[in-house]
Design a protein around this ligand. Sequence first.
Ligand code: ADP
Length: 480
Amino acid sequence: MELEGVPTELFVGGAWRGSEDGSRFDVTDPATGDVITSVANGTVADGMAAVEAAHAAAPAWAATPPRVRGEILRKAFGLMIERSDQIARLMTAENGKALPDARGEVAYAAEFFRWFSEEAVRLAGSISTAPSGANRILVVHQPVGVSVLVTPWNFPAAMATRKIGPALAAGCPVILKPASETPLTALLMAKLLAEAGVPDGVVNVVPSTRSGKVVGAMLADARVRKLSFTGSTEVGRILLQQAAENIVKCSMELGGNAPFVVFADADLDAAVAGAMLAKMRNGGEACTAANRFYVQAPVADEFARRLAEKMGALRMGAGAEDGVELGPLVNASTRDKVDALVKGTVAAGATLVIGGEPASGPGYFYPPTVLTGVPVGAPVLVEEIFGPVAPVVSFDTEEEAVRLANQTEFGLVSYVYTGDLARGLRVAEAIESGMVGINRGLVSDPAAPFGGVKQSGIGREGGHDGLLEFTESKYIAANW
Ligand code: ADP
């Protein structure tokens, strides 16, 4: 991987600099376990310097005309498309994902800049007459202020642009704390944004392995008014507690445990194709990944057989190699967790159709795995798998399918395949999740509100809602 032009220092107040204590941390290639490079390791003082820089830049950025903010984002979109090959290869190098997945992500990630460049000029408020007739009610949406963004490693570019895009469009300066596994993509994004014309201090990036301390200190600073987090429910819960102290506004995109429901009246070819997308996009390392397949009894065996055939045919290898469709998992602990979930499920009585053993040798490879006869309550149905593993469970009635689908504390996304649209809509309404795909294995779209219910999160990203998350509504009572 050619790293020329990829920054490895902190980005604070428009300057690239080492960390205050001079420390650095390694970034590794999941396909080999080898170190690619090292990155400056932000300290609490560096986090505070970023808050200072963002706070200083806030008034001028909020006062910058929406059209100007939008055009900077539009330029950043263009730069991402122009450099998509470099960005995709960088993501494959630090995250491991297969190059086709990385290319797909660059296109998706760039669209957030384009979408929010268009939304920047559409932040309309409202005016109405109070019911009593006593006054007018004016509502304006103002930027919330300094925003801390914390992102995971599974979509290193898209999780950053999905937060930076709306924050900048709304007029907020940001401090991004990317995942320690994938800081390089975030740093490259910052470089590109600066090139697109983002003023100094409006975008700051502080990679750090001391995330608890650094993010905790930022949330304890009264100048920080917003937290947008994507990651595990476990860490999200800690951050919500920390944010409570200063009543910091929070958008939380947390874990998922998506059910994928197939009725016997579904087009089975389409259901298998959708299952491949919902399960195998990003090698299964997505919070939207289908985690549990519920298939109506008459077609359950046939569906499992066809899915196993398609999953088993994927070529696994180093993500950058030609023809590879499934890269390694991001690190050893993720691979070991997948392994333990599968072994625990087999021990609980499930049958392995394919896969089931991590690959030996260097890198963190886990093969496509399909399980049938998975008993209710098996670990793989309860926890987020984050790997290429598909457990298949059969059901009899629609009511049973909805009950099984809702048997989780999560509620991010669900998928339903049926030839009966009325049934599809009925089930979509009954399922407890923030998003539902009907005869679709992919729902993510920058123009749509992405987010979960229950313990999958608070708030929405994308669409117009995504912009409003970085604003405060101000009500002005007026007479004239
Ligand atoms: P994942 O399973 O995707 O790694 P995590 O919730 O562990 O999800 O991490 C998501 C992001 O949160 C990463 O940027 C990580 O560094 C950061 N993070 C992890 N622990 C903490 C913490 N205690 N405080 C703040 N950020 C954290």
